[in-house]
Design a protein around this ligand. Sequence first.
Ligand code: MRU
Length: 344
Amino acid sequence: MFKTVEWKNNRVVMIDQRLLPEKEIYRSYARYEDVAGAIKDMVVRGAPAIGVAAAMGAALGASAVKAKDLKGFKKEFARIAKTLASTRPTAINLFWAIERMKGVVEENGDLSVERLKKRLVDEARTIHREDIEINRLMGRHGGRLLKDGSTVLTHCNAGALATAGYGTALGVIRGAIEAGKRISVFADETRPFLQGARLTAWELKKDKIDVTLITDNMAGYMMKKGLIDAVVVGADRIASNGDTANKIGTYSVAILARVHSIPFYVAAPLSTIDMKIKDGDGIPIEERDTREVTHMKGRMIAPKGVKVRNPAFDVTPNRLVSAIITEKGVVKPPYRRALTRLFA
Ligand code: MRU
């Protein structure tokens, strides 16, 4: 099995997701600035994987700090954290992981700088390990929602490639399959970055899970034909009322699911839930380079000079979400109360 991101010989190693499925190439980073660049350029992507990569980037940066005293170390570490935090704005897991690493520095003021550096490496590796465990738990809880013989539509890639391993939405599918159910998957292509076509189809095929690729605009047709039994997607940030930011196009899928009376499930770890945000309007939405829309494989597919928009995420209002699957169990509306209880 491939490794999405790992700590190896004091370096951060990642599979280059921009090149999949054609090439399986691993990049090895020795500098935190390059890890930040890799997150920004989407060598690694998917909310939990971004968090893990940022934690490892912070550990890498910390290891190279020259300061010998705690005060000097903290100053440099704050700069490292700031660089890593400035890479992508929507996925809260990025900020969650950086805050957790900062917490280690704050709580271990009695350690020598050298020991603190080691402690930060350990923490990053723990975040990696825990992410896989959390995904497996979500798989177990969420797998129960899927009936034997059902076909699940998913959007973007919320799989092993979007996490330290196993996946959130695809983890739920894996969980159902491991429980002995027969599950088929329809994968939305996910324009413009094609995470569905390039990544979801690739990892499910590799795992021998039955997958059918469709373009985004075919989802309604498939639902009307009665070919989809449930939708399961991941999330980049969930507001305290359950409004869910995920890959652009998720909102349209949620509306289609509602019109066709198909359950729409969101699978996400607690680290994706932002209790500080009242509702979806407070979630920052990343706008990416317009070339992702106007070009395909370096070839221009739109007239020169045309006006273009490229929001990378949208927000699905809580009323369209049938349930949120977390490592602590499955929560149902009303979400503000249910999510508050999860954190209690
Ligand atoms: O822009 P990306 O590829 O980082 O967006 C990823 C998604 O939208 C995923 O669905 C989300 O991060 C959940 S991943 C478990």
